[in-house]
Design a binder for this molecule. Structure first.
Ligand code: HAM
Length: 430
């Protein structure tokens, strides 16, 4: 509880502080580098969209649209919503900007915040962040497979631990209606054993009973007919082709016939990236094919497939950065007022060469300054005092090894030479 008079952040909203930001930046950069290799370009759609965009695309009866959206009337009474996900907005942007007419297919990725008013818990927030990618204009299995190959390569490149790919097909408009009916009939027979929520799900969207966490329901659902057994020929052939491509490229996956997604726009391929290390909120990412979405939002008949990863959860399952991976290369310590000018000049020259440097204020003992430098998490302390000014060379102390280094930095040396010396001292590639 914050003290009286202190304003706390809104429940479920959190600050991302520099240590965590640094890790996010690395994850974001690795995503950009990987996705660009597969021909994707970055899109930055707005965070606020018209409410009807989500109602029409995610499904009126989904949890998100029913109870989790931050929706309000704008001052001109337009109904607007903080985006709970980005796929709908990306599709809207493609239609509005005519992107699908420019190239045979659209390949876009995005990074940014999403908002869902869920109950906060470990790994679940009301503002969270996603890294996602969408391909529009491809209905072939190779598009699904390539997306999954890119996704799993990305996860491997950032050191994702204990992550697995769960795969399913949720059928299409040809086979899903009959399957839904079969499921409803099965559930009718077992109605007494199902919870109240599942009774409601049966009315509105029977596939959702697969998501129920109640033990009794799970036992019943485990015996339910699966959509995999009910796929039409086209869906079956599509799924088999996706699996063949994944096998060819050595992408491991588990078939999960009970995997249904929390959004209504999916058809055929559906998947999730899960991690055993995450607890209840074990999905690091998810996605699938959405062949009807573009047309439902007023665009041409055009297929789509995509995924999104939750950045907070991804950060929880990747390897921690190493202990010696200190972000700051050096802290410059001026001993006394007269050392300020040469210390500032030294810091400027190092920063101009791309090194991260902090300059401490003067007026404290060397011991106090060294303690401050250590707290800042720097690798090196560069000391500029009376002796150093006289000799024209700063003393360098290694804060990790806790020893002075014989290499001294010339106070009048040119920037590139100084930076080279510092890089050698911190063991960084030059
Ligand atoms: P989603 O499964 O709703 O899919 O979300 C993707 C990921 O976002 C989840 O696996 C999870 O890691 C993260 N996430 C979702 N809600 C929260 C939350 N409250 N707190 C923290 N993390 C969360 C989509 O959003 C689809 N748009 C994915 C997609 C793209 N499908 C096709 N294209």
């Amino acid at each position: 509880m914050p003290k009286p008079g202190v304003i706390a952040a809104v429940k479920g909203f959190r600050d991302v502080l520099p240590d965590e930001s640094r890790q996010w930046e690395a994850l974001e950069e690795a995503a950009r580098a990987m996705f660009v290799r597969y021909g994707f370009g970055e899109i930055r759609p707005p965070i606020l969209e018209r409410t009807e965009l989500f109602a029409r695309s995610l499904g009126e009866t989904t949890d998100i649209v029913e109870k989790e959206m931050y929706s309000f009337a704008d001052r001109d009474e337009t109904g607007v919503t903080l985006r709970p996900e980005a796929t709908a907005g990306v599709v809207r942007a493609c239609i509005e900007n005519g992107l699908m007419h420019r190239e045979p297919e659209v390949r876009l990725f995005y990074l940014g915040p999403m908002f869902r008013r869920e109950r906060p818990q470990r790994g679940r927030f009301r503002q969270f962040h996603q890294i996602g990618a969408e391909v529009l204009g491809r209905d072939d299995a190779l598009a699904d497979a390539e997306l999954l190959i890119m996704l799993t390569r990305y996860l491997a490149s950032v050191g994702g631990k204990d992550v697995a790919l769960d795969l399913n097909s949720v059928g299409d408009s040809a086979c899903r209606p009959a399957y839904r009916e079969r499921l409803r009939q099965f559930a009718q027979v077992h109605l007494a054993g199902l919870c109240g929520d599942c009774h409601r799900r049966l009315e509105r969207n029977p596939l959702r009973i697969f998501d129920c966490k109640v033990e009794g329901c799970r036992e019943i659902v485990a015996r339910a007919p699966t959509v995999l057994d009910a796929l039409c020929e086209d869906c079956r052939v599509h799924l088999e082709a996706v699996r063949r491509f994944l096998d060819q490229e050595g992408v491991a996956y588990r078939m999960k016939p009970g995997l249904v997604r929390g959004l209504d726009y999916y058809s055929r391929t559906a998947f999730e990236i899960v991690s055993s290390g995450l607890g209840a909120q074990n999905a690091v990412g998810g996605g699938g094919r959405y062949d009807g979405l573009v047309a439902a939002l007023g665009g041409p008949r055009m297929s789509g497939v995509g995924f999104a990863l939750g950045l907070e959860r991804l950060a929880m399952v990747v390897a921690e950065p190493g202990a010696t991976d200190r972000a700051l290369a050096a802290v410059v310590l001026p001993l006394g007022e007269e050392a300020l000018a040469p210390a500032l000049a030294l810091a400027t020259r190092l920063r101009n060469e791309g090194l991260a440097v902090v300059l401490e204020p003067a007026g404290r003992s060397l011991k106090a300054l060294l303690r401050a430098a250590d707290r800042r998490g720097a690798r090196l302390a560069v000391i500029v005092g009376e002796d150093e000014i006289r000799a024209g060379r700063a003393t360098v102390r290694d804060l990790v090894r806790r020893e002075d280094r014989p290499q001294a930095l010339g106070l009048d040396a040119p920037g590139p030479e100084l930076a080279r010396s510092v890089r050698v001292l911190v063991g960084a590639p030059s």
